[in-house]
Ligand binder design. Structure first.
Ligand SMILES: Nc1ncnc2c1ncn2[C@@H]1O[C@H](COP(=O)(O)OP(=O)(O)OP(=O)(O)O)[C@@H](O)[C@H]1O
Ligand SMILES: [Mg+2]
Length: 152
């Protein structure tokens, strides 16, 4: 019998500085084997790119990791292939589909998508969602919530 509402697993972390968010990204990288989709959600300046930079360092990316705000997608070859998307300038899921985002997500690469909530219709069900929030009590405080859907 299939389970209609798969279990949700959540982990929460608080960081107090960009370096700590970077390190959470780096630690998270050690869990990746390739083929994962990481959907990042959080307002401007929440730390999505900082987290991604840490993740890339964890996968031994040698090139400087820069925000794909204008290029939409940047590609890195490291321990795993990485596609780093920023959906901020996309109008929505239709435009994401038009640039072929689903093809990038089919292979063995790790796909990281900033502003994934803007293109949620093209994010696969098995994606890992990471929400980043400004901590209201501290200028450099952030809360990170990692959510896994399904039974992994
Ligand atoms: N705890 C923290 N974690 C991450 N970044 C922090 C933290 N405290 C302060 N910062 C600062 O906040 C900014 C986060 O920028 P970043 O580019 O990662 O945000 P973003 O979520 O990718 O924004 P955008 O939506 O513009 O892409 C950086 O300037 C960083 O130095
Ligand atoms: Mg960013």
């Amino acid at each position: 019998m299939s389970i209609s509402h798969p279990a949700i697993r959540e982990a929460k972390f608080a960081t107090l500085s960009p370096e700590e968010t970077f390190n959470e990204g780096k630690k998270f990288a050690s869990r990746l084997n390739g083929g994962e989709v990481i959907a990042l959600v959080g307002e401007l300046g929440a730390g999505k790119t900082v987290f991604t930079k840490g993740l890339c360092e964890g996968l031994n990316v040698k090139n400087p990791v820069i925000s794909p705000t204008f290029t939409i997608v940047n590609e890195y070859d490291a321990d795993l292939k990485i596609y780093h998307f920023d959906a901020y300038r996309l109008s929505g899921s239709e435009e994401a589909a038009a640039i072929g985002i689903e093809d990038y997500m089919k292979g063995d690469a790790v796909c990281i998508i900033e502003w994934a909530d803007k293109v949620k219709e093209v994010i696969p069900e098995e994606a890992t969602w990471i929400y980043l929030y400004h901590n209201k009590d501290s200028g450099t405080g952030r809360l990170l919530k990692i959510v896994l859907f399904g039974d992994r």
